[in-house]
Design a protein around this ligand. Structure first.
Ligand code: C5P
Length: 214
């Protein structure tokens, strides 16, 4: 099947030299792209700025902002059977990025914010019934409640939730522990393991869901 994966953070410009971003390393998304490729799928990886080499055999599309990522996902959406949105997309962005570097002498800037595009919300109306969408939920509290809400509100088939309040897993770590929620189904757990192991297991579950939709 054709698998589209998003990974890493986005950067939202404050001025030409400064941006707002987050601690996503991209490792979970890159592990998912590698696992899907190893399982024999065609893989395209839309990646925010990260310090990782793309997995062999995967087509890499580099993006910077949430708006860039939305455009890349929209472009590749008709091609994919499975979309895994592992990217940590910005929720807000500066409304008016400055055209020139803000000067320290002018004092701390007051930044007006606006919502960044919600990629899953934007593409939901174009989802084909044969397509499988899997999201990620990075939470620091009320993991199950938040994951179930996002599963429903974002029209997902599956959401993989991880606790990012702990330093030994999740953001910027080699390891992860996932609670995987299925639409209308049970929750399954992937115990603490290397991200490559978590990724292989999640891809195998997503393959089964995609096969049922065919
Ligand atoms: O940020 P949040 O926890 O809501 O992210 C849940 C899911 O929504 C993730 O799969 C993420 O990639 C996606 N998302 C998105 N567009 C955003 C923010 C998040 O598609 N602006």
């Amino acid at each position: 099947m054709n698998v589209l994966v998003t990974a890493g953070p986005t950067r939202e410009a404050i001025d030409p030299v400064r941006f707002v971003s987050n601690r996503s390393s991209g490792r979970m998304g890159y592990a998912l792209a590698a696992a899907a490729r190893r399982a024999g799928h065609a893989v395209r990886l839309v990646s925010g700025p990260v310090a990782l080499d793309p997995p062999p055999g995967v087509r890499l599309v580099r993006v910077v902002s949430a708006a860039d990522m939305l455009a890349a996902v929209e472009q590749n959406l008709p091609w994919c059977d499975l979309l895994v949105m592992a990217a940590a997309v910005a929720d807000w962005r500066p409304k008016h990025p400055a055209a020139h570097k803000l000067k320290k002498a002018d004092g701390p800037p007051v930044i007006e914010w606006e919502p960044a595009p919600d990629i899953l919300a934007a593409i939901a109306p174009r989802k084909k019934s044969s397509q499988v969408f899997c999201g990620f939920a990075a939470e620091t509290r009320a993991l199950a409640r938040e994951a179930k809400r996002k599963l429903r509100e974002k029209h997902l088939d599956v959401i993989a939730a991880n606790d990012v309040s702990r330093s030994d897993r999740g953001f910027d770590s080699d390891r992860n522990e996932l609670a995987v929620f299925f639409a209308g189904g049970p929750v399954r757990r992937i115990p603490l393991a290397r991200k490559s192991v978590c990724a292989a297991r999640l891809i195998s579950w997503l393959e089964k869901i995609a096969a049922k939709k065919k």
